[in-house]
Design a protein around this ligand. Structure first.
Ligand code: C5P
Length: 302
C-alpha cells in the first residue's frame, strides 16, 4: 500500500521584505498564489527512510536526511513516537531551486502522505506547526489557494481569489540559493541610512485578487517583489528574460520569489501559450511552462 500526494508550486505576487531580524530571518508581507505546476510525493512502507527522485533537475535534489521531505517524515514520526520506516519518492515537475517553493512542496507532500500512510491523524494545526518548523514557505504549500504570509512568511491568512489568472514561468539555466539572495538583499540595503520599511500587504493587490482582475494585478506586479533587485544582481541575465516576456505580450513580468524562475502574467490561456513560444524562441530561458492559479494545496490523489 502506498499514498501519493500532489502539491502545487507558488508565485509571490507581493514579497515585501523588512530588515534582518536578530534570528537572521526577515519579516515579510508575502502574498502567495498557488499555481498549477505540481510535484507528487509517494510514501511506501519500507525498512528504513529512503528518498528517491525523478524528473527535471532531479540530479540536484539531495537524497539524504537533509531533504525537506525526509525531514518532514522524521518530524511527524518523532512526534508520534514511531519509526520513520518509509520510502519517499518525489516526481518533480516544479523547477528545482527556482523560487517556486519546490522543496517546500515536497515537505508538505511528504508530511500529508506519511500522516495518511501511518494513520497518525495529525490535526490541521499540528500539520501546520510541523510545516512552519521545516521552512517559511512550507505551511503555504500545504494550504494552497492564495494567502498572506506574515512573520517570516509562515503565519497565514487565506485570501479570496475571484477568478483564474494565467501565467508563464520561464525556467532559468541554473538555480539561486534563497539564503544567498537574502544576503544580497542585506548587502544592497546596508548603505541605506533609513531602516528598511515595515512590510505591509497592499490593499490594491488584495482587491485585484478578490476581483480576479488581471489588468489590476499586472499594474501592481512591477516592483512588487522586494527580492527582485537582489536576484537580478546575482543573475543579471534575468533582465533579458523579463524583456523577452514583455516583448512576447505578457501583461507583466517579475522574478518568482528568490528566483531565478521568472513569472509572466498573461491575459488568457491562449495568450500564455503565445508568450511561452516567444520566450523559448528568444533563447533567454531553458524552458517555458504555462500554468493557471489559484491551485489547491497538498491533496491525496492515490
Ligand atoms: O525558512 P526557509 O528555510 O525556507 O528559509 C531559507 C532561508 O531564506 C533562511 O535561512 C534565510 O536565510 C532566508 N529567509 C529569510 N527571511 C525569511 C525567509 C527566509 O531571511 N522570511
Amino acid at each position: 500500500m502506498s499514498v501519493t500526494v500532489r502539491v502545487p508550486a507558488k508565485v509571490n505576487v507581493q514579497l515585501a521584505v523588512g530588515g534582518a531580524r536578530p534570528d537572521g530571518f526577515h519579516d515579510l508581507a508575502n502574498v502567495f498564489l498557488a499555481v498549477g505546476l505540481y510535484d507528487e510525493v509517494t510514501a511506501t512502507p519500507a525498512d528504513e527512510l529512503t528518498v528517491t527522485c525523478e524528473g527535471p533537475g532531479a540530479d540536484q535534489v539531495p537524497l539524504d536526511r537533509t531533504n525537506l521531505a525526509a525531514r518532514a517524515a522524521l518530524a511527524l514520526a518523532r512526534r508520534h513516537g514511531i519509526e520513520a520506516a518509509v520510502g519517499l519518492h518525489i516526481a518533480k515537475d516544479i523547477p528545482v531551486a527556482g523560487g517556486m517553493a519546490g522543496g517546500s512542496a515536497d515537505a508538505a507532500g511528504a508530511l500529508l502522505a506519511c500522516d495518511t500512510l501511518w494513520g497518525t491523524h495529525a490535526s490541521r494545526d499540528e500539520l501546520l506547526a510541523i510545516c512552519a518548523e521545516l521552512g517559511s514557505d512550507v505551511p503555504f504549500s500545504l494550504v494552497g489557494g492564495a494567502a498572506l504570509g506574515t512573520g517570516r512568511g509562515e503565519r497565514l491568512r487565506t485570501l479570496d481569489v475571484g477568478g483564474a489568472f494565467h501565467w508563464v514561468f520561464a525556467v532559468a539555466d541554473g538555480g539561486l540559493s534563497t539564503p544567498a539572495v537574502y544576503r544580497e538583499f542585506d548587502r544592497l540595503h546596508e548603505n541605506e541610512n533609513e531602516a528598511v520599511a515595515e512590510p505591509v500587504a497592499s490593499r490594491v493587490l488584495l482587491d485585484a485578487l478578490a476581483k480576479g482582475d488581471a489588468d489590476a494585478l499586472a499594474a501592481f506586479l512591477p516592483g512588487s517583489n522586494g527580492l527582485q533587485p537582489a536576484a537580478l544582481s546575482l543573475f543579471p541575465k534575468l533582465a533579458d528574460t523579463l524583456a523577452a516576456g514583455r516583448a512576447a505580450g505578457a501583461l507583466a513580468g517579475l522574478v518568482s520569489g528568490s528566483g531565478p524562475t521568472t513569472a509572466f502574467l498573461a491575459r488568457d490561456a491562449e495568450s500564455a501559450h503565445t508568450i511561452a513560444e516567444g520566450l523559448l524562441a528568444s533563447g533567454t530561458c531553458e524552458a517555458a511552462r504555462v500554468a493557471a492559479s489559484p491551485a489547491p494545496g497538498a491533496t491525496v490523489i492515490d
